[in-house]
Design a protein around this ligand. Sequence first.
Ligand code: C2E
Ligand code: MG
Ligand code: MG
Length: 711
Amino acid sequence: MNTKSLKSDGDKGYDGTVEKLFQLTSHIPVPLCFINQSGCLVYANKAWHNFFTVDKESYNKSDQNNFIRLFSQNFAEIEFIEQFFLKCLRSSNNRDQYFLRSSPINFNRHAIIINAVSTAVFGERLWCWIFHDESEKVSLQNRLRESEERFQLAAQSSNDGLWDWHLKTDELYFSPRWLNMLGYSEEDFQNNLSDWLNLVHPVDKKELSKRLQEHLSKKHNRFRHEYRIQDNMGEYRWILIQGMLVLDENKEPHRFAGSQSDITEIKRMERQLIHDSTHDALTDLPNRILFREKINGLMQNCKDNPEATFALVQLNLDQFQLINNGLGHLFGDQVLTIVATRLNSLMTEQDVLARMSGDEFAILLTTAQTPETVGEFVAKLQNILAEPLIVNGQHIVLSAGMGIVIRNEEHTQVAQLLGDVATAMHHAKAMAPGSWILFTEEMRSHAINRIQLETKLRRAIEQKEMQVFFQPIIDYTTGVVKHFEALVRWFDPERGMIQPASFIPLAEETNLIIPLGEFVLRKSCQELMKWYAAGYKDIGISVNLSPKQFQQENLHERISTIIQETGIISGALTLEVTESQIMENPSHAIDVLNKLQALNVNVSVDDFGTGYSSLAYLKKLPINTLKIDRTFVMDLPHDHDDSEITKAIIALAKSLQLNIVAEGVEKKIQAEFLKAEGCTLLQGFWFSKPMPAVKVFDWMRSFSLKEKLAE
Ligand code: C2E
Ligand code: MG
Ligand code: MG
């Protein structure tokens, strides 16, 4: 064969049919060439030339041996052409796979895998060699093999159990760790899905199957799910399962594999945390958060059934503060625990009892309720609370103020229901101990008024709408003005002057009394300094102290600061504390009063006679004055009882060597009676109504007891 026979553009040694064949194949995009019996390249198509980027000329010039050598040198990792050619000579059809390089220039870089197919044509005079680039397919196979090996390695070393589901065969592989985790051995499993699903908690089975199916239908990228599975001890363990689909070359899922970890302990901690955040630590009852959630759940049901009813009861123990302060917090805690147990004993499965805060509990009666049924239930609550209680040898009888609300169509928000039941409870608390009351619409408007009033009051204090009025206390034997009592007034731009009875209780409840009280005290001391300056050196000032102020830890320090700031003589200041304030917590009161005495401030017991003080306590109290309450003075001297009480109080004050003042003197006859019984310090409208500071000087100048008596 001469060099001509290697021409790829046609060989004159072949007839026209072969020429046609060459022409036909010239544009086929698959690299192919024709080799003759002598091993010479007879024809190669364009794709072949492109694929091997051969130097046509050097091939055209080569003989049989040259071609094979050239080709092998340039492209073959092994001497594949020679071997392949020899194979061709032995049989007419051959298929082999070799490593080739697609181009001599890319010598090292581009190793490719060739599937060479040879077919004898024209009575084995020519062989058509067709090359397929199999590189991608082989590398895919390799990658798969590698990843399988990696998976095996991971399966052996990981703490997580691994699973691998071959979708075509439906075989499911579980790694030893997967089985171990649940205490199973390989024999326990048949490597199929139903073995696995049979162990899944009945509640979780449906969801797990659904999620697996969804993933298989490629709805989600990553598979991640939590479920419970039974271990070999019969216990259910929480499992986190994660997985991915492995796609084949046609992008079809052929494996579904992943891991699973035991998250039972994490779940337990999670549950504990949720429990702790939704339950009260002392009683283990649901707390306010969980209670709200439960109501919310019922409210959702009510959306479908707007007429559905349920009821809320909120209760606040009466006088728990006294128990807590008087007998100690540990004791208080024991009482609360007992209360929780007692209340709980009346609950049904569906009811919810919660501890809302301190001594406040709430009950959700989930079934339909009428005022009568709730009334009966509440009566039972009161009865069980009232059963005598002995804690650490102390006998206590408990009661509670209870508010009730029955859900109706107008209740659309949980907050609304809770607000209503709290409003009803506050109404009950304002009644006698152990009272209960059903919420009414009027209560809501009352509550709204209160909120509005609170906002206004806050603003009033900030914007200095408060004024201090002064009412004189006279020595009825001499006519000398001894004191002025400071009494606050609110000048509202819309409503004009408002009396303290309308806002002091609210100020007390909202703590606004603290800044208000300090304002009154400071203002009173400043006025006193003006009176001093004007020559009235013997006058004192009396300022009312509210229960909240009285409970303030640093009360004496704050008072001392105001005394220093304003420069008054502390002996000129009297603080009026009500009798009930003292009796609420006598030991605390003694403590506070001692500190005030150390400041040289006087203390007067206001509204005396209304607070049931015991003589034993009175003796111990560091006080200076008793102030007879106006209600006893009002009907003097005609009312027999009031006269007797007044006489007794005066006698008591004398025996305890205390000063005595009577307030509410409106008539001369009252003043005369009091003087005759030995009470000579008098305060009342008969002398003067409370007046603004600017009027005090004029009044002092013009006041004359003689004239008053002559009237
Ligand atoms: P209180 O401390 O017992 O004050 C005496 C009340 O009796 C005053 O009422 C006074 O105006 C009234 N009063 C005095 N003489 C007569 C009289 O002859 N007839 C009648 N009908 N009433 C008389 P006011 O000013 O309305 O104060 C009521 C209560 O409000 C006070 O009772 C006191 O408990 C409280 N309050 C007033 N100002 C303050 C304050 O600045 N701080 C605190 N914490 N409470 C205050
Ligand atoms: Mg007073
Ligand atoms: Mg009073």
